[in-house]
Design a protein around this ligand. Structure first.
Ligand code: NAD
Length: 286
């Protein structure tokens, strides 16, 4: 039987989630995606109208099929958590069962189990503000959407993951080095995500034989990255300073995720793997 993957955080064909889904599909996995509720409609419409058809083509000429798109809002664990104004918001009212627990239940009902879980989502409402100007609410929102969302996903999906399964999240070097402009508590959220990767690797490894790793990715012009406002500068900086002077393609991150999810990586867990053309290894820019 082929493997089945749930990729959380796909809403267009520009981000890492899409590229990871493609690499996993190219390696033979069945693909399920979780899409943020407010952008579900536009994603499904674009998918249906063939807007992504060109980028669905895999290296062997076949086309990536997405077995099912699940609405998901990873800042809510179950219906009791959802505030009234969100419940009645018209972008949310059109969908149902989009809290993390409900999505895991739906996937279990529809498919029984999964082998690969990918967390490719983040949100920091105050990301453009320096940390010193970030509000408590903004900081906690960044942690909730970008770090706890992963704890919650694993908590609810591990019970339906087959032993030997693999989980991957996406992080950024701003967790460990100063990257001015990556504000709003997002640097803190990535630091938490990386620390949690180790603890979750221990817990899910001992209990369920599941591996947990993170990819520290270089800059990509995704929708989320454009919202931060400095992505072009970061891409230029990397081009100028990294050991490998080429633009990073999302596929290179996708392929690393496919490797980490495969038996080739059977002894790798609790790791943060850089996929950044080597920029992390530089001490000074030259
Ligand atoms: P992206 O816009 O393709 O992906 C982010 C996704 O998160 C979007 O689809 C968005 O709808 C979704 N999302 C936001 N809040 C959500 C919520 N509450 N529930 C469910 N989904 C939610 O952008 P991306 O840059 O590919 O981001 C994917 C991951 O890669 C993120 O963790 C990001 O921090 C990380 N990353 C990105 C870069 C980069 O330069 N783009 C670099 C390193 C790491």
């Amino acid at each position: 039987r082929g493997k089945r993957a749930f990729v959380a955080g796909v809403a267009d064909d520009n981000g890492y989630g899409w590229a990871i889904a493609k690499s996993l599909a190219a390696a033979g996995a069945e693909i399920l995606v979780g899409t943020w509720v407010p952008v579900l409609n536009i994603f499904e419409t674009s998918l249906r109208r063939g807007k992504f058809d060109e980028s669905r083509v895999l290296p062997d000429g076949s086309v990536m099929e997405i077995s099912k798109v699940y609405p998901l809002d990873a800042v809510y664990d179950n219906p009791d958590d959802v505030p009234e104004d969100v419940k009645t918001n018209k972008r949310y009212a059109g969908s149902s069962k989009w809290t993390v627990q409900e999505v895991a239940e739906s996937v279990k009902q529809d498919f029984g189990s999964i082998d690969i879980l990918v967390h490719s989502l983040a949100n920091g409402p105050e990301v453009t503000k320096p940390l010193l100007e970030t509000s408590r609410r903004g900081y906690l929102a960044a942690i909730s959407a970008s770090s706890y969302s992963y704890v919650s996903l694993l908590k609810h999906f591990v019970p339906i993951m087959n032993p030997g399964g693999s989980s991957i999240s996406l992080t950024y070097i701003a967790s460990e080095r100063i990257i001015p402009g990556y504000g709003g508590g997002m640097s803190s959220a990535k630091a938490a995500l990386e620390s949690d990767t180790r603890v979750l690797a221990f817990e899910a490894g001992r209990k369920n034989k599941i591996r947990v790793n993170a990819i520290s990715a270089g800059p990509l012009r995704s929708r989320a990255a454009k919202a931060i406002g400095f992505i072009d500068m970061m891409i230029e900086y990397s081009l100028a300073n990294a050991p490998l002077q080429k633009e990073l393609s999302a596929d290179e991150v996708g392929n690393t995720a496919a490797f980490l999810a495969s038996p080739l990586a059977s002894a790798i867990t609790g790791a943060v793997i850089y996929v950044d053309n080597g920029l992390n290894a530089m001490g000074v820019g030259v």
